[in-house]
Design a protein around this ligand. Structure first.
Ligand code: DAH
Length: 354
């Protein structure tokens, strides 16, 4: 990050170095260099205080973000494997073949973050079923209560094969299958609690927030007496575990054919705690995902009686969630294959640039 003030610049450099070495990263938030900057604000002439204070706060927010990141992201240390052919150990050293250099790779950040998401939902009793990458019109639309030729289908424009198979535009394409498969749970007095992670595809105009290929994780929960309160409590708990901080959520009405009522969920910005910053467009809130109570027709099509059982569902974009956690400004980085981007999430990471 670029700071205008020389003093803040110098402190950021020192703090960055310190952060790299600290075992307990949280200690950086109590570092004397940071405390000194805050003390300095009081000594400045009134006219200079606001600009200086703003930069100090930016520095502190950045440090807080890096601490959260370090706490949740623990790349595994991998030792390299010697892939050279066995050789005669009796030959003189200069005749032994040279070892190939083993450049250390690492897991893609989306996959390690998905593992974190799954862990949180496993702890809430969910079972994961992977979504599919090729499906049919019936599962994509009809099973989800989209009437034939309904304009809502246009929001899910995607790739189609000559045989009329579709590359699913959302993980909701799996709802009917898992509702049918896990209906037995209800008969045994247990809920259906399924998480459906998968890759999805859309005909999109590409920009910093839109990709033609991205990931979602769908949640599906059905039991007796399930209501909107259960849905909001579940997702809020997930967000707080994922971002490791207290967050507020709010809903606004929306339309999906497969839920009634339907909502869009927004969360208080984890970067500025609702004060307003560039990540949330100075609104303090970030719109995150669609959710709602599963439409009775969707339950009926899976053979579940909507008079007896109710349930909720959501579909959340993984990239958006991860972008917010690490302050990634462009969704296209994920599929770029750019090593500079990927290495930030590896052991040799360069994350501690404040
Ligand atoms: N499938 C929707 C989309 O991709 C998201 C969604 C909304 C999924 C509401 C749900 C839901 O399960 O209940 O835009």
């Amino acid at each position: 990050m670029a700071y205008v003030d020389k003093e803040v610049q110098a402190a950021a450099k020192v703090l960055s170095e310190k952060l790299k070495k600290l075992e307990d990263k949280r200690a950086i938030l109590r570092a004397p260099e940071l405390v000194a900057l805050y003390d300095r604000i009081k000594t400045l002439p009134a006219g200079e205080r606001a600009a200086f204070g703003k930069e100090v706060n930016q520095l502190k927010s950045k440090l807080e973000q890096l601490v959260r990141q370090a706490q949740s992201f623990k790349p595994k240390a991998l030792s390299s494997i010697d892939i050279t052919a066995p050789f005669d150990i009796n030959v003189p050293p200069e005749q032994k073949p040279k070892l190939l250099t083993a450049d250390m790779g690492s897991q893609h950040p989306l996959m390690s973050e998905l593992a974190t998401v799954l862990d949180i939902f496993y702890r809430m009793g969910f079972t994961a079923v992977e979504s599919r990458e090729l499906d049919d019109d019936w599962h994509m639309f009809t099973s989800l209560n989209f009437p034939k030729d309904h304009p809502a289908r246009d929001d899910y424009d995607t790739f189609v094969t000559d045989e009329d198979l579709v590359a699913p535009a959302h993980t909701s394409t799996m709802q009917n299958r898992v509702l049918k498969e896990f209906k037995i749970n209800l008969e045994n007095g247990k809920p259906i609690a399924i998480l459906l992670p998968g890759r999805v595809f859309r005909n999109e105009d590409l920009d910093a927030r839109h990709e033609h290929t991205f990931h979602q994780f769908e949640g599906v929960y059905v039991d007796k007496d399930i209501h909107v309160g259960n849905l909001l409590a579940t997702f809020k708990t997930f967000l707080q575990e994922y971002y490791q901080q207290d967050l507020e959520i709010k809903t606004q009405p929306f339309y999906f054919p497969f839920t009634e009522p339907s909502f869009e969920l927004a969360l208080s910005c984890p970067f500025c705690q609702k004060k307003g910053c560039h990540v949330c467009g100075y609104t303090g809130w970030i719109e995150l995902l669609g959710m709602g109570m599963i439409h009775p027709n969707v339950l009926k099509l899976a053979g579940i009686d909507p008079i007896v059982y109710t349930g909720f569902a959501w579909g959340c974009g993984l990239e958006r969630l991860v972008m917010m956690k690490y302050g990634i400004e462009d969704i296209r980085h994920f599929h770029s294959g750019n090593l500079k981007f990927l290495r930030q999430f590896s052991l040799e990471g360069i994350w501690y640039d404040v």
